[in-house]
Ligand binder design. Structure first.
Ligand SMILES: Nc1nc2c(c(=O)[nH]1)N[C@H]1C(S)=C(S)[C@@H](COP(=O)(O)O)O[C@H]1N2
Ligand SMILES: [Mo]
Length: 262
């Protein structure tokens, strides 16, 4: 849950409605804020959404708490499994493509391909692990899409690999489950909602720009989702699991929005 701004100056009466709205907006992440602006955020609308009457400072407080929780719910509700993220031409690829991680490029993890196995667990029929040759033998797809990082940069890249929904079919994943979680070779971890896991552009990525995925971009494998912000795209994946229990994530547990739509 995001860190809450200081409470000083919090309005105590409904007359200061502008301040309430402004405070509420600060608790929303950018995509949700955009959505509210498009639909016209009003105090009446907010109180309707949160079920708080806004007649005392206590209910204002309760409303703000509820708003900080419904980011994920709002984003989940508006996510469309058929709307595609934009794709680009080869000439628009950003070269060199930026590296980013919670550590510097000198500390990039080098996973040994010879004994690598992708471990599968949770609500799936087939729990067998996958070697790299097995993964590379599956039908492959390609995408040129934009990666957007919350730190304020974006870049266009070309990723290839297995359509994730096909892979989930193969392992007999329970598609009614809520989450797919990922554990990485560094200490990174994250999780996504099932509708995004099944989105046609969500890819279990094995190549970058037509070549084996380089170490800095997540060798041996990353999950590529052009519908989600950079931090939701785990690199160096070692294990994945399907679950109904909220798995959180490395940045998400420090306050980044969990849905993380882009
Ligand atoms: N395993 C792992 N995956 C990760 C990260 C990380 O630190 N470790 N950082 C995330 C963030 S914040 C970004 S922006 C992208 C960067 O991917 P890139 O190096 O391919 O540009 O990786 C994401 N996935
Ligand atoms: Mo990022």
């Amino acid at each position: 849950m995001p860190t809450r701004p200081p409470r000083s100056g919090l309005p105590s009466t409904i007359n200061e409605s502008d301040l309430v709205v402004r405070e509420a907006m600060r608790l929303l992440d950018a995509p949700t804020r955009r959505l509210f602006l498009q639909r016209g955020l009003t105090l009446g609308g907010l109180s309707l959404l949160t079920g708080c009457a806004l007649d005392s400072s206590e209910s204002v407080d309760k409303m703000l708490t509820k708003i900080s929780f419904f980011n994920d719910r709002v984003q989940g509700a508006i996510f469309s499994s058929t709307d595609l993220a934009p794709t680009y031409s080869e000439s628009m690829i950003t070269r060199p493509f930026p590296f980013n991680a919670y550590y510097g490029v000198d500390e990039v993890r080098h996973v040994d391909p010879s004994d690598y196995e992708l471990e599968i667990s949770g609500l799936v029929r087939e729990k067998k692990s996958w070697t790299l040759p097995e993964l590379n033998a599956l039908p492959q797809v390609d995408q040129i899409t934009r990666h957007i990082c919350v730190e304020g940069w974006s870049a266009i890249g070309r990723w290839g690999g297995v359509k994730f929904s096909d892979f989930l079919d193969r392992i007999g994943a329970d598609k009614t489950a809520k989450y797919v979680g990922f554990k990485c070779a560094d200490d990174y971890y994250t999780s996504i909602d099932m509708p995004t896991a099944l989105h046609p552009q969500t890819q279990l990525t094995l190549t970058y720009d037509g070549k084996t995925l380089p170490a800095e971009y997540g060798f041996p494998m990353k999950l590529r989702m052009p519908t989600k912000l950079g931090y939701k795209n785990p690199k160096h994946i070692e294990a994945l699991f399907v679950t109904n229990e909220y798995p959180g994530g490395y940045w998400e547990d420090q306050g980044y929005n969990w849905f993380g739509g882009s």
